[in-house]
Design a protein around this ligand. Structure first.
Ligand code: ADP
Ligand code: MG
Length: 347
């Protein structure tokens, strides 16, 4: 019997468009002999629709319209279904697993995972708790440092006005610093500040995305990532490396790679790669991750591993880092998806 997968795409998030690309790639790779895909699209404003139109229209962002029917996921543990408004009638559409392919707020951050947990519906990827933690850069740093892995020094601000009060601690971080919203993604609201005059603007930009902002010391060295999959016995893909030639890995660079490059595998010694992969598993465990996540770290000139962040729903396009790191250990994308959905059922 084929399992019915409710793929949730879009999202009330600044990363709405990124989700459309990821979801299209997942739909293209999903083994339809094993899994039947049902689609729940969330608009940028947060309206939820059961979508019955052509899958190609998701990527083009032209899916909203006549093939959309307002829908809700039932909260009742004996249902595992969508209630769909079809004119005056309510239609019940059952499914087995929810696969959220949403990035950022309202989807990657534990909100949808919480709803699924309440309804007793298996959800692919991290559960509510680790999703909340993964989205919160400060919370994640606190837990990872307790697990014995270095994290960047930082100062957290609740308002731009707090800057004056925390000035000494912030200046002690040196320059440059990174100013970031505590909960965001795709580098939205992040600035690399190289002189103090630019601080005000950087804080404004970060506070436009969140009510908490973190100012972090710049870690010298380069960024490495590791794809991790599994529930209690996680396994890891190869580590990759981001080579920057200027600035930092901002939104434009992430999706165009104009001046940066991704090396898979990372250009480090086999011993160092092993250390990076081990650290990724330690972090995954410390944060209580399940299913899959991409763990991002820095590798310094002194060969030290410093935690950056965990992405509980990493980019999933055919060229994305997570699938490519898994391909590095012989697992092609359709198999990654099979495994993700099996892991969701095992939990
Ligand atoms: N403390 C830091 N030191 C050096 N570079 C950083 C630091 N924090 C962030 N960056 C750079 O900014 C990018 C985006 O920051 P990140 O914390 O990963 O946010 P996002 O969740 O938006 O990806 C990173 O990929 C990296 O290039
Ligand atoms: Mg990042």
């Amino acid at each position: 019997m084929k399992k019915r997968i409710l793929i949730v795409f879009g999202g009330c998030s600044t990363e709405y468009k990124v989700s459309l690309t990821s979801a299209s790639a997942v739909l293209a790779a999903l083994d339809r002999g094993r899994w039947e895909a049902l689609l729940l699209g969330i608009t940028e404003k947060g309206q939820a629709f059961y979508y019955t139109g052509k899958e190609e229209r998701i990527k083009e962002n032209s899916w909203q319209g006549e093939d959309c029917f307002p829908a809700v996921i039932s909260m009742s543990r004996d249902r595992h279904c969508l209630w769909v408004e079809r004119g005056e009638k309510l239609e019940k559409i059952s499914f087995d697993i929810v696969f959220p392919i949403l990035h950022g707020k309202n989807g990657e951050d534990g909100t949808l995972q919480g709803l699924c947990e309440m309804a007793g519906i298996p959800v692919a990827g991290c559960g509510m708790e680790s999703s909340v933690i993964g989205m919160d850069k400060v919370l994640a740093h606190t837990l990872v440092s307790l697990a014995g892995i270095r994290v960047p020094k930082s100062v957290v601000l609740e308002s731009a006005g707090e800057y004056e009060r925390e000035k000494d601690r912030i200046e002690a971080l040196g320059l440059p610093v990174f100013v970031k919203p505590v909960r965001a993604g795709s580098s939205f609201g992040i600035s690399r500040v190289t002189n103090r005059e630019d601080m005000k603007k950087a804080l404004e930009e970060a506070f436009a995305h969140d009510t908490q902002v973190v100012v972090e010391e710049a870690v010298d060295g380069f960024e490495v990532g590791c794809a991790v999959m599994g529930n209690r016995e996680p396994f890891v893909g190869r580590a990759d490396e981001i080579e920057l030639s200027q600035g930092f890995f901002d939104y434009e660079e992430k999706y165009t790679l104009k001046t940066s490059a991704i090396h898979m595998p990372a250009r480090v010694s086999p011993e160092d790669e092993e250390r990076i992969r081990k650290a990724a598993v330690t972090i995954y465990r410390a944060l209580g991750c399940r299913g899959f996540a991409r763990v991002d770290m820095f590798f310094t000139g002194e060969k030290e591993i410093v935690f950056n962040e965990v992405n509980t729903i990493p980019g999933f396009t055919a060229h994305s880092r997570f699938p490519s790191m898994m391909r590095g250990v012989g697992m092609e994308f359709p198999e990654v998806l099979d495994r993700i959905l099996e892991l969701a059922q095992e939990e």
